[in-house]
Write a new protein. Structure first.
Length: 619
C-alpha cells in the first residue's frame, strides 16, 4: 500500500527518469503494464526487496532505454530477461541473487555495457563467452566450471584445471577461491598487461617462475596455495602489493625486493623462509605492512630500521628465531600501531621509549594507506573499482583475547596491538607503556619480567586484552586496573603477585579464577584465599639462598673486625697505664715474678713425682 495523497506533485509520470524503490520490503509481481507510460525512464532501481517478482511477456519491448538497471534479488525465472537485449544504452546491469541458472544467453555478445553483475546465481559459461568484453564482470558465487574470458572477476567459483594462458590482454584478473591446480605457467611473463593478479586460495603447486618479474604487476596475491621452492631474486618495477603467505616457500628473502621502491605491503608469513633479513629492505621506505611471521628467520632483528620508515603501520615477525634485544629504533616509527614480535629468542629489557610510539597514542597518526599511488588502469574510469583492486584483500592475523583473530583492512584501521610474549625478556615492565592510551591488546606473557605492574595502567583506557602471565611479577595489582572499562580478557596467572584483587565494575565481570592462578599470596572473593580485612596482607619474607650467603659473609667480617678492634684497645690501654703509673708497673712485675715462681715450683714438683712413680713401676 503506497499513499502519496495530499501532496503538491506536478507533471506526469510519463516524464519520470529515475525510479528508486530498492532496499525495502516490497513484495508481489511487477509486469510490463507498470512501465507502459514510463518512456523517459533512465535509471530503474527496484532491487533488494523481500519477495519481488518481475514477469513480462517474452516479446515485450520496453518504451524506455535504461542506462542503469538495478534489479538485485528480483525473481525473473530461470533465464536472463530477454527484454534486456533491447537496452542498447545500458552501462550498468545488476541482476545478482535472481535465481538465474544455466548458460548465459548468446545475445549478450551483442551488447556493449561496461558492468554486469550476475553474482549469487547458478550461471555457467558457454564457449562463445570468450568474445565478451566488459569493464567489470562479476559472476562470483555461481557454478562456472569452464573459463574462456579476457577480463574477469571470477572469485568464489568452481574453476578447475590449470591456469589458462589466454589473459594476455587482461588488466585486472581475480580468480581467487577456486579450484585452479597445477603450476604457474613458466611463460606467465608474456601477460605483461596484467597489473592485478589474484590467484590466492587455490590449489596451485610447483615453483614461482622467474618470468613473474617480467610482468608489470602492481598487485600480486598468491597466498594460501602449495607453492614451493625459493622466491625468485629478480624483482623490479612498480610492484606495490606482494602477498605470498601460507605456502611452502623456502630459502632466503631475496635482496631484489629492495629494488621495489613503491612496495607498500609485503606478506611472506606462513612459509619456511630462513636466514637473516636482507639489508636491501632498507630501501623499501614506503612499507605500510611488513608481515614475516611464522617462518624460520634468524639473526638480529631489524636493527637498520630508522625514522625513514614513517609509513610503517604493521610490523609482524612472530614465531621466528630472531635474537638480541628489541631495537630502540622502532620507537621512532610514528605510525606503528601493530607490533608483534612474539615467540622469538629476544633478550634484555623492554625499551622504555616504546611508550612514546605516537601511533599507539594518537589514532590520527595511523591513516593506513593514506597516500599510496593508484594502480595503472588503462581505458578504465571507475574510482570505486580502483579502490577495490587496491585495498580489498588486506588482512592480518593477530592473537588477542587469547585466540587468533583475522582483521581485514577496514578493521585494521582501528586495531592497536603490542605482543612481545614468549621471549626471554627480563627486567621490569616500563612505566612508560601506560602512556599507550589507544592500545587494544598488550601481551607480555611467558618472559622473565619482574617488579610490579605499572601503576599507571589505568591510563590505558582502550585496553581490551591484557596478558602478563608466566613471569615473575610481584607486589600488589594496581587499583587502576579496575577502571579499564573495555577490558574483556585478563591473565595474570603464574606470577608472584600478592595482596587483594582490586574491585570494580568491569574487573568483577572477569570471574574466572584461572586469571589469578599460581599467585599464592593473592586473596579475593574469587580465590580460596579470602582476604581477612581490607588491608593488604603482608607476607612473610622468604630469604633467597644467595641473599643468605651474602648476609653470613657480612656477619663474619663484622665479627672479626670487632674482635681485632677490642684486642687492640685492651692491649694498648693496659700497657699505656703501666707506662705512666710507676707504682702499678712495680706491682704488676712483682705479681708476674711471684706468679711465674709459683708456676715453676708446681711444675718442678709435679715432674719429680712423675719420675719417682715411673721408677717404682719399672722395679
Amino acid at each position: 500500500y503506497l499513499d502519496l495523497s495530499s501532496n503538491h506533485f506536478k507533471g506526469k509520470l510519463g516524464v519520470l527518469q529515475e525510479l528508486f524503490l530498492y532496499n525495502n520490503h516490497l513484495e508481489g509481481v511487477i509486469t510490463e503494464i507498470h512501465f507502459s507510460n514510463l518512456s523517459r525512464l533512465k535509471d530503474l532501481e527496484i532491487g533488494d526487496n523481500n519477495n519481488l517478482s518481475f514477469k513480462a511477456k517474452p516479446n515485450w519491448i520496453p518504451p524506455f532505454q535504461l542506462l542503469y538497471i538495478g534489479m538485485n534479488s528480483c525473481k525473473f525465472g530461470a533465464k536472463v530477461p530477454r527484454w534486456i537485449q533491447t537496452q542498447v544504452n545500458a552501462i550498468d546491469i545488476r541482476l545478482s541473487n535472481a535465481s538465474l541458472f544455466g548458460p548465459l544467453p548468446n545475445w549478450l555478445a551483442n551488447l556493449t555495457f561496461s558492468q554486469l553483475d550476475l553474482s549469487y546465481n547458478q550461471i555457467t559459461l558457454p564457449k562463445w563467452s570468450a568474445n565478451l568484453m566488459f569493464f567489470k564482470l562479476d559472476l562470483s558465487y555461481n557454478q562456472i566450471t569452464n573459463l574462456k574470458f579476457s577480463v574477469l572477476y571470477l572469485s568464489y567459483n568452481q574453476i578447475t584445471g590449470p591456469l589458462p594462458n589466454m589473459f594476455i590482454n587482461c588488466s585486472h584478473l581475480y580468480l581467487s577461491h577456486n579450484l585452479i591446480s597445477g603450476s604457474l605457467p613458466t611463460d606467465i611473463g608474456i601477460m605483461y598487461q596484467v597489473h592485478t593478479l589474484y590467484l590466492n586460495d587455490n590449489l596451485l603447486g610447483g615453483i614461482l617462475p622467474s618470468s613473474l618479474c617480467d610482468m608489470e604487476l602492481f598487485n600480486l596475491n598468491l597466498a594460501n596455495n602449495s607453492l614451493s621452492g625459493s622466491i625468485p631474486d629478480c624483482w623490479k618495477g612498480s610492484l606495490s602489493f606482494l602477498t605470498l603467505s601460507f605456502n611452502k616457500l623456502s630459502g632466503v628473502i631475496p635482496s631484489s625486493l629492495g629494488s621495489l621502491p613503491h612496495l607498500t605491503t609485503l606478506h611472506l608469513n606462513g612459509n619456511h623462509l630462513n636466514g637473516e633479513l636482507p639489508r636491501a629492505l632498507d630501501y623499501c621506505t614506503d612499507l605500510v605492512i611488513l608481515d614475516l611471521g611464522e617462518n624460520d628467520l634468524s639473526g638480529s632483528i631489524l636493527t637498520w630500521f630508522d625514522e625513514s620508515f614513517q609509513s610503517l603501520s604493521i610490523l609482524r615477525v612472530r614465531e621466528n628465531r630472531f635474537v638480541g634485544n628489541i631495537p630502540p629504533q622502532l620507537c621512532s616509527l610514528s605510525r606503528l600501531k601493530i607490533l608483534d614480535m612474539a615467540v622469538n629468542n629476544l633478550t634484555r629489557m623492554i625499551p622504555h621509549c616504546l611508550g612514546n610510539m605516537s601511533g599507539m597514542i594518537n589514532l590520527n597518526q595511523t591513516n593506513l594507506f593514506g597516500s599510496v599511488a593508484i594502480a595503472p588502469i588503462q581505458d578504465m574510469n571507475s574510482l570505486s573499482f580502483e579502490a577495490d583492486i587496491n585495498w580489498g584483500q588486506e588482512h592480518v592475523v593477530e592473537i588477542m583475547k587469547g585466540r587468533y583473530n583475522e582483521y581485514t583492512k577496514i578493521v585494521l584501521r582501528l586495531v592497536v596491538n603490542l605482543d612481545l610474549s614468549s621471549n626471554f625478556l627480563n627486567g621490569s615492565i616500563p612505566e612508560e607503556l601506560s602512556f599507550l592510551s589507544k592500545l587494544h591488546g598488550l601481551n607480555l606473557s611467558h618472559n622473565h619480567l619482574s617488579g610490579n605492574i605499572p601503576i599507571g595502567i589505568g591510563n590505558m583506557t582502550s585496553l581490551e586484552s591484557l596478558d602478563l602471565s608466566n613471569n615473575h611479577l610481584s607486589r600488589t595489582i594496581p587499583q587502576g586496573i579496575s577502571t579499564l572499562t573495555s577490558l574483556a580478557h585478563l591473565n595474570l596467572s603464574q606470577n608472584d603477585l600478592m595482596g587483594q584483587i582490586p574491585k570494580g565494575n568491569q574487573i568483577q565481570t572477569l570471574d574466572d579464577p584461572s586469571i589469578y592462578a599460581g599467585n599464592p599470596l593473592l586473596c579475593g572473593d574469587l580465590l580460596r584465599n579470602k582476604c581477612l580485612s581490607a588491608e593488604t596482607p603482608q607476607p612473610q619474607k622468604i630469604p633467597h639462598p644467595e641473599d643468605t650467603h651474602e648476609e653470613d659473609k657480612l656477619d663474619r667480617t663484622l665479627f672479626y673486625a670487632i674482635v681485632m678492634l677490642g684486642f687492640a684497645i685492651g692491649f694498648w690501654g693496659f700497657f699505656s697505664v703501666l707506662q705512666f703509673k710507676k707504682d702499678w708497673r712495680r706491682a704488676y712485675f712483682s705479681f708476674a715474678d711471684q706468679a711465674a715462681h709459683k708456676v715453676y715450683v708446681v711444675v718442678v714438683v709435679k715432674v719429680a713425682k712423675l719420675k719417682r712413680l715411673r721408677l717404682s713401676r719399672s722395679m
